[in-house]
Design a protein around this ligand. Sequence first.
Ligand code: NAD
Length: 482
Amino acid sequence: MPLDIPDLPLDLWIDGKPTPASDDRRFDVADPATGAVLAAVSDGSVEDGLAAVAAAEAAAAAWAATAPRERAEVLRRAFLLMQERSEELARLISLENGKALVDARGEVAYAAEFFRWYGEEAVRILGTVATAPSGQNRILVVHQPVGVAVLVTPWNFPAAMATRKIGPALAAGCTVVLKPASDTPLTALLVARILADAGVPPGVVNVLPARRSGAVVSAMLHHPSVRKLSFTGSTEVGRILLREAADQVVNCSMELGGNAPFLVFEDADLDAAVAGAMVAKMRNAGEACTAANRLYVHADVAGEFSRRLAERMSELRVGPGTAAETDVGPLVNADAVDKVDELVRSAVAEGARVVVGGDRPDRVGSYFNPTVLNDVPPSAAILREEIFGPVAPIVTFTGEAEAIRLANDTEYGLVSYVYTNDLARGLRVSEALDSGMVGLNRGLVSDPAAPFGGTKQSGIGREGGHEGMLDYLESKYIAVSW
Ligand code: NAD
């Protein structure tokens, strides 16, 4: 299927214009539904990374000094342009990532909203003034842009992970270099074009596809002008980048992996719980850090819950993301399918029972069938690792304390879901869960107006909401004699 987007840049986006890689290297971006090559994109080198940082540095002072109202207007225009171009963006996301159009449309709406929300926040960067306890001076605190920010994003939400970082960075007055995932660089390049059309000055936003990501990101993090790293991706790569960032003591925000528990108590509304599980599990075909990875269901209702969930899962239509009737698209590449397949096989070998799915459909492309597993033993790898696919493993529990213990038994702490009709229990359990976010009778927590992020090995910092802006601001304290 041709891309058919005439103004989509296929080169690096540096200093407001498409720029070929310094060594003229390119790499192919493929459609996971067919394996067909969609485009050959310039492959940024270390030299290009440093040129992008230099462009961001050159633009930094003027952008930081731009009136907040003007920064807000630019972001607002970018929001409107993303809405205008939403079908184009959704199709592009679906083509390079594989997700069903319905998911891609949802992502574009979510992604655009970060520009609107942070445009609104740009004019509300407040400081404080206080009388020192001694009474002898005033304590004045102002918030200033942290400086040039390097942003690194994953392939699973190619638009939203970019705008969730660019929105607050620009609102705060920072300039950025974004390195998108190599499986999905096209969407980020179109976002760069949209931001330029919205009036973002050259150098403020640079986008650098680079397959040599380790070397390129490391070189940028060692550039003395880079003051901020915001990374979304796996915990494994996050740890590497935290070490890299240590050399220049670069301020780090880390949105890392998840292993979300989904708790269903015996008093839950089962229809709502099944509907919530479908969203928490199947949004993006399970390729989400927020995906319900472990479904803990009270023994009294587990049979009924599993039956209803399996029924809903079996109704889903698997196919190319760009086909109108598709509910579940292909996974991002063949390796992703192999990993899911291996996790399911090993769970079954350990005693889990396949209720529905459990295998690949008989078609070309990187697909896996929506799957429900019962009787998954606690030792199974599928309960420990991110599945990143359309598989729902169900485990039963009998008491509240046991449910909390099982839910917290992971090194991750991004999000948890709780279904109960007892409000006191809902709040009690939410507070006891060791995660940055909780969906209480709700299978979707992502909201541009709310602080998204994790505890433990799921990360550091928050994106979204008022808190998301603080990650791009330094507090400066001025002691004023009185
Ligand atoms: P990944 O860690 O493999 O890659 C993420 C990004 O880092 C990509 O741009 C990649 O090219 C780059 N990268 C890889 N190795 C690097 C290195 N050595 N140095 C510098 N950059 C490097 O993750 P992924 O497979 O693209 O995405 C899936 C992961 O992202 C999952 O673990 C998922 O949970 C996580 N994720 C987290 C959130 C969140 O908000 N917490 C959101 C989406 C995805």
